[in-house]
Design a binder for this molecule. Structure first.
Ligand code: AMP
Length: 283
């Protein structure tokens, strides 16, 4: 595995792989790698891609400075893990290279309107602009044919798809299912910040979306069902919503069919999210 941090070296390695006839697959991450990240790399390898993994804790997508400071960073173990997984090129760009002006505002921002205003966007001002801007830059520097994103961050995935359509990136966005612990907790780099008791309470999120997925009902009933499970578990609820999986428009009680149920909440001061595919039964 080759490791680079320099933007030119990164661009050249990606171009060289394309010249050798390889299909470049991009796996963007913020490091503190776990089995969720592994699954994205495996999906890329299964397709035969030249796998470029980026590790960059992007400050522009952190609306909360305390969250940015507390974000886990494990560069040595990440490198070993990426190499063992079969990543071809590991890119660790520095903040100075990615956003030279930071913390001054960067002149160019990518904003995906509408679908980023609610859910995570309601509580995290600027978060999705930070994500869209960095993903656009990663695409520009890498020139991937495919990019792999986890369904764990469902709103992010939907937003990236919209950005790719709107800006005409020649990138196939591949969605990878949520990887969970045996007891259902969705893997997240932030889970290491949970206490033992907090980790138990955090199970409320996966149980809430599992309860919504278990039996079809109207959108309102599913929202109430999820909220009930979250509150009983002791999660400080941010939202429990049912939306169209492409537009992320909240579902009405008259709608039927496959939709996405999403929850977010705080445990031990750590913000956690989860989601699942659900069936709506209109009234
Ligand atoms: P992050 O490092 O948290 O920014 O995540 C990098 C990528 O890994 C994103 O596309 C996430 O959606 C994905 N990811 C994180 N956790 C999981 C998980 N438990 N299952 C599947 N994908 C995940």
């Amino acid at each position: 595995m080759e490791v680079v941090s320099d933007l030119d070296a990164w661009r050249h390695a990606a171009a060289a792989a394309r010249q050798r006839g390889r299909t470049v697959g991009l796996v963007p991450t913020m490091g503190a790698l776990h089995a969720g990240h592994d699954s994205l790399v495996r999906a890329a390898r299964d397709r035969g891609d030249y796998v470029i993994m980026t590790i960059f804790v992007n400050p522009r997508q952190f609306n909360d400075p305390a969250d940015l400071r507390a974000y886990p960073r494990t560069p040595e173990t990440d490198r070993a893990r990426a190499a063992a997984l079969g990543v071809d090129l590991l890119v660790e760009p520095s903040l100075e290279q990615m956003w030279p002006a930071y913390p001054a505002p960067v002149a160019t921002t990518v904003h995906v309107g509408g679908m980023t205003e609610h859910l995570e966007g309601a509580d995290r001002p600027g978060h999705f602009d930070g994500v869209a801007s960095v993903v656009a830059k990663l695409f520009a520097l890498t020139g991937p044919a495919r990019a792999y994103f986890g369904e764990k961050d469902f709103q992010q995935l939907a937003m990236v798809r919209q950005m790719v359509t709107d800006l005409g990136f020649a990138v196939e966005v591949v969605a990878c299912p949520i990887v969970r612990e045996e007891d259902g907790l969705a893997l997240s780099s932030r889970n290491v910040r949970l206490s033992g008791a907090g980790r138990q309470r955090a199970l409320g999120l996966s149980r809430a979306v599992a309860a919504a997925a278990a039996q079809p009902a109207t959108a309102s009933v599913l929202r109430q069902r999820m909220r009930g499970v979250l509150e009983a578990a002791g999660v400080e609820v941010a939202y429990a919503e049912v939306v169209d999986p492409v537009s992320l428009r909240p579902s009405r009680d008259t709608e039927s069919g496959r939709r996405r149920a999403l929850v977010a909440g705080r445990v031990d001061g750590v913000r956690l999210i989860d989601n699942a595919d659900v069936e709506l039964e209109g009234e």
